[in-house]
Write a protein that binds this ligand. Structure first.
Ligand code: GSH
Length: 240
């Protein structure tokens, strides 16, 4: 089911992803690398000191290094890699582009208000973030509670900023909007996932097994597509 890079020209020797394990943008890039079976190493960045990316002027994650070349911004990274894999591909069609933009401009903004909705959900999210992230022993202890408390309040501000009143309703509506876009097809790409499928799947992956993600699958029709995507993307291409 997986796609293999078609061009012999695209055989990077070393791909390194600088990331936070729970970051939706980083997971978008990983969904792409995994689907195309491009082996990569992960450097888990400490979100407090960021010492792993001190060498970079760009201070956000994901950052991808491909044979020493730095790439930044998840959608730009995916565009660049896609064109290396498919050098003869012409401009991608409108539907795929439109839904990739919907992910970056709408879907990602619905996530934070949901995962930090209540104090218990904020704690659940920070438990996930701190157990999977790169924190020192002390940072882990402090970050779980301080982070959860801070993000609980920050997410209320984000809600206002992005005009979200009921965060769960917004999440369910986004999921239903996506299923409607599929219009009966297995994937937006038809019989195979395209870059929009990989983007939606990537940003939803870190929340799927949190309370908000379970609620979403229980209350909307997105579960079948999500399950198909888990199978299509398959095993991680990460080199340990
Ligand atoms: N548009 C960027 C992309 O798509 O890659 C957004 C990246 C982004 O906002 N990353 C967050 C970040 O690094 C983590 S989820 N924020 C800065 C920080 O942690 O200090």
């Amino acid at each position: 089911a997986k796609e293999k890079p078609r061009s012999e020209k695209f055989l990077p020797k070393e791909v390194v992803l600088y990331q936070y394990e729970a970051c939706p943008f980083c997971n978008k890039v990983k969904a792409f690398l995994d689907y195309y079976s491009i082996p990569y190493k992960i450097v888990e960045v400490n979100p407090i000191s960021k010492k792993e990316i001190k060498w970079s002027d760009y201070k956000k994650v994901p950052i991808l290094k491909v044979d020493g070349e730095q790439m930044v911004d998840s959608s730009d990274i995916i565009d660049k890699l896609f064109h290396r894999i498919n050098p003869d591909s012409s401009i991608r069609d409108g539907e795929e582009k439109k839904w990739r933009e919907w992910v970056d401009n709408h879907l990602v903004h619905v996530l934070s208000p949901n995962i930090y909705r209540s104090t218990s959900e904020a704690l659940e999210s920070f438990d996930y973030i701190t157990t999977h992230g790169n924190f020192s022993f002390t940072e882990r202890l402090v970050a779980k509670y301080a982070g959860a408390a801070a993000m609980y309040f920050v997410s209320k501000k984000l809600k206002k900023k992005h005009n979200i009143t009921d965060e769960r309703a917004a999440l369910y509506e986004a999921a239903e909007t996506w299923v409607d876009a599929l219009n009966g097809r297995h994937y937006l790409g038809g019989s195979k996932p395209n870059l929009a499928d990989l983007a939606v799947f990537g940003v939803l992956r870190p929340i799927r097994y949190l309370t908000s993600g379970k609620d979403m699958v229980e209350h909307t029709r997105i579960g079948e597509w999500y399950g198909r995507m888990e199978n299509a993307v398959g095993e991680s291409a990460r080199i340990k």
